[in-house]
Write a protein that binds this ligand. Structure first.
Ligand SMILES: Cc1cc2nc3c(=O)[nH]c(=O)nc-3n(C[C@H](O)[C@H](O)[C@H](O)COP(=O)(O)OP(=O)(O)OC[C@H]3O[C@@H](n4cnc5c(N)ncnc54)[C@H](O)[C@@H]3O)c2cc1C
Length: 414
């Protein structure tokens, strides 16, 4: 089976109908390109996008700069972000019919709080712009033939394209179609891939001091260390599990620990009190309160008991309120691993930015581009990863339109 497209038309094949691929395809078509074919292995476009932000769709963050990203070229990331800022993204989605609002942390969501509604904006816009979508087609191999690219589908058949955009995502959450196949395809074209790690992921820790705490949620200040060096801190929810810790503060910090040599965490359960204040308070309380109730009305019951048990252990069985105060402010946990790519939201690592030019065109293979998570760029929790997918996709679309002489202001065709 050969996918049938008029011969005279230049074919731009976009591999991956996720966040970046959909926006890239639409921007190309809206900018005047014809022959855009969006290839997606899943039965539907944008399945992952529809699941983002716990189904609410945290599409970007108003506090945007390259400091929120990990990559091999932060300056290039910064230039791409400035070219397509959160305001630009919201204007673009606004023209497609979306309405958005932000919270106190700058996170932007559709007013409906439904991620699937954002996917629909893009799907309907692709329809209106006449983009050909090939769903249920998995690109299994790519090869060069007479200056063009032949995409071979796992389901059978080929598509020959003049230009190929890789928007295949990374290796995290393979239930959404992202099993790392894009890296193998990129390697087959001569690209390298930096070491890959799961990021924005639950952490495994030593469990001796968190036994019995499964399901307990605390809002605390968490510090991430690599050895003795503090790499980042965050305030937010921590949820204890039977393997370690989860929660939004952990997701945020996991990105700073996933590739650390000697990762550990400390939890400050009462960030608004000093250790000195707490020591004085607990010493006074210990004079009239039974030992097992010392942390009552201070911490959730199970957590208070775990802290007191550990304080006693670390004191050879003795009871010292100042030791309890120290642990409330500084509960150390050694990180032993992560829940892996299946539990992760994004992939750390990928095709290095240094193997692409300013327009994100490959420096190794002619007429090949990259956007989104397949590149060696990952962001913190809070809308940064979707924004990178969208901004890098727009960079690619603009570069292709400029190169092919079709550049026109990109606006929605009604
Ligand atoms: C549960 C979850 C929640 C998240 N929440 C947020 C959030 O709220 N905010 C945020 O900023 N980020 C969030 N992220 C991260 C964000 O979704 C991704 O970083 C982003 O979608 C990456 O965009 P992308 O276009 O590069 O790839 P993706 O959106 O992953 O899309 C890649 C597409 O390529 C397809 N594909 C892959 N290989 C092939 C192939 N060989 N042939 C054909 N098709 C192929 C896949 O099926 C997939 O549809 C979340 C991730 C997960 C898993």
């Amino acid at each position: 089976m050969r996918y049938n497209i008029p011969m005279k038309e230049k074919i731009i094949a976009i591999i991956g109908g996720g966040a970046g691929g959909m926006l890239c395809a639409h921007a190309l078509a809206a900018g005047g390109a014809s022959g855009v074919v969006l290839v997606e292995r899943g039965a539907r476009l944008g399945r992952k996008l529809s699941a983002t932000g716990n189904g609410q769709g945290n599409v970007t963050n108003l506090r945007m700069d390259e400091g929120h990203y990990f990559s091999d070229d932060p300056a290039k990331v910064g230039r791409i972000l400035r070219e397509f800022s959160p305001a630009d993204l919201l204007e673009y989605f606004g023209a497609l019919g979306g309405l958005f609002e932000s919270d106190e942390q700058g996170r932007v969501y559709p007013c409906s709080r439904q991620a699937a509604a954002v996917t629909d904006l893009l799907r309907f816009a692709l329809d209106r712009a006449g983009v050909k979508c090939l769903s249920a087609h998995t690109v299994d191999a790519i090869s060069a033939e007479k200056g063009r690219h032949v995409l071979r589908f796992a389901e059978g058949g080929t598509l020959t394209a003049d230009l190929v955009v890789f928007a295949t995502g990374g290796q995290a959450a393979k239930n959404f179609g992202t099993d790392g196949k894009g890296y193998a395809l990129a390697r087959s074209l001569g690209h390298t891939v930096t070491p890959l790690f799961p990021a924005l992921v639950q952490l495994k820790t030593d469990t001796a001091h968190i036994r019995g705490l499964k399901g307990v949620r605390v809002n605390c200040l968490v510090r991430a260390f690599d050895g003795q060096k503090e790499t980042r801190h965050a305030r937010g929810d921590v949820i204890f599990t039977d393997y370690g810790v989860s929660g939004n503060a952990i997701f945020l910090l996991s990105s700073h620990l996933t590739d650390a040599a000697s990762p550990r965490l400390t939890l400050d359960f009462l960030p608004d009190r000093t250790e000195k204040e707490l020591t004085v308070f607990l010493q006074k309380k210990a004079s009239f309160c039974p030992r097992e109730s010392l942390l009552g009305c201070v911490l959730p019951g199970a957590l208070g008991r775990a802290v007191l048990r550990r304080a006693a252990e670390e004191n050879g069985g003795g009871f010292m309120p100042d030791e309890a105060a120290r642990l409330v402010k500084n509960y150390a946990l050694r990180v032993t691993g992560t829940l892996g790519f299946d539990g992760a939201q994004v992939t750390r690592g990928g095709v290095p930015l240094s193997e692409t030019d300013e327009g994100l065109q490959s420096l190794r293979a002619k007429n090949v581009y990259f956007c989104g998570e397949i590149l060696n760029v990952d962001g913190e929790c809070g809308g940064y990863n979707l924004h990178w997918a969208f901004a890098s996709a727009m960079r690619v679309a603009r570069d292709i339109l400029r190169r092919t002489g079709q550049f026109a202001p990109i606006k929605e065709k009604v």
